[in-house]
Design a protein around this ligand. Structure first.
Ligand SMILES: NC(=O)c1ccc[n+]([C@@H]2O[C@H](COP(=O)([O-])OP(=O)(O)OC[C@H]3O[C@@H](n4cnc5c(N)ncnc54)[C@H](O)[C@@H]3O)[C@@H](O)[C@H]2O)c1
Length: 249
């Protein structure tokens, strides 16, 4: 792993894409501190595992400073944790917008704000947010999720513009369907996991869901110096789903 991204804080790496990302980063020599609300696998490869609920503002800033102390600075921060509230304008829970924006937008903003001084101290670095292919599409039945993940992508672009002067790159990972427990609420919209699986070939031109390992490799690239000219981007990895639904921007 080349210089950018050597000392990395990953939030939400106890399972799924976050876990695969930590493993991919550690395998190429990055030093990783991982924070999650759930216990991490023992063989994850992170230098230290911290506890966090990203809904807790105070904990966000203390985790960033603890990670900075453990690693002697920070070159990159990736937040993979998010929340999925589904429903239409009329069927969604009344607090679905507040909950979605609190975790999918506000927590990312607070994490970035806490990390900026450390990234500046390192002479620049990288912020990565897990947004979604839903950030560039519209789809029925997922209003709070889509609106909050679109806002996260807009924030990514905004921060990329504002902090390029500090040599800080800001990008959004935008996955399509990936086989992780995160999708349970979305699968319910299709009548459960089994009926969803039957629909996959219709929904995804490459006829399958993504694997977490595929995302580990992409995250490793985005945080590496090989991607040093890339900022403000929606890195859409969706098996072609957005080609069918059509990007909204
Ligand atoms: N799986 C998909 O198909 C898909 C598609 C698009 C976007 N995403 C995005 O990917 C992210 C989820 O990753 P995944 O699919 O690998 O799921 P996952 O559930 O396997 O992993 C998410 C990790 O985040 C942690 N987490 C969740 N809420 C947290 C909180 N409040 N505080 C601290 N940690 C928390 C979980 O414990 C878990 O370890 C979300 O941001 C989601 O919007 C997923």
């Amino acid at each position: 792993m080349s210089q950018i991204g050597q000392r990395v804080l990953v939030v939400g790496g106890s399972s799924g894409m976050g876990e695969a990302g930590v493993r991919a980063l550690a395998a190429c020599g990055a030093r990783v501190v991982m924070a999650d609300r759930k216990k991490a696998p023992d063989d994850l490869g992170a230098e230290r595992v911290l506890e966090i609920d990203i809904g807790d503002d105070t904990r966000i800033s203390s985790v960033v400073s603890e990670a900075g102390e453990i690693l002697g600075g920070l070159d990159a921060v990736w937040n993979n944790a998010g929340v999925c509230h589904v429903g239409t304008l009329e069927s969604m829970e009344l607090d679905a917008f507040e909950l979605s924006f609190a975790l999918n937008v506000r927590a990312n903003a607070l994490l970035a704000r806490a990390a900026l001084p450390l990234l500046r101290q390192a002479g620049g670095g990288s912020l990565l947010f897990t947004a979604s292919a839903a950030s560039i599409m519209v789809a029925e039945g997922s209003l709070p999720y889509i609106v909050s993940k679109s806002a996260l992508l807009t924030m990514t672009r905004q921060l990329a513009l504002e902090y390029a002067r500090d040599n800080i790159r800001v990008n959004a990972l935008c996955p399509g369907w990936v086989d992780t427990p995160f999708n349970a609420p979305a699968w319910e919209m299709f009548g459960g996991r089994e009926s969803f699986l039957q629909k996959v070939p219709e929904l995804v031109p490459l006829h399958r869901m993504g694997t977490v390992e595929e995302f580990g490799a992409i995250v490793r690239f985005i945080l590496s110096a090989d991607a040093r000219f890339m900022t403000g981007q929606a890195v859409v990895v969706d098996g072609g789903e957005s080609l069918i639904k059509g990007p909204t921007r």
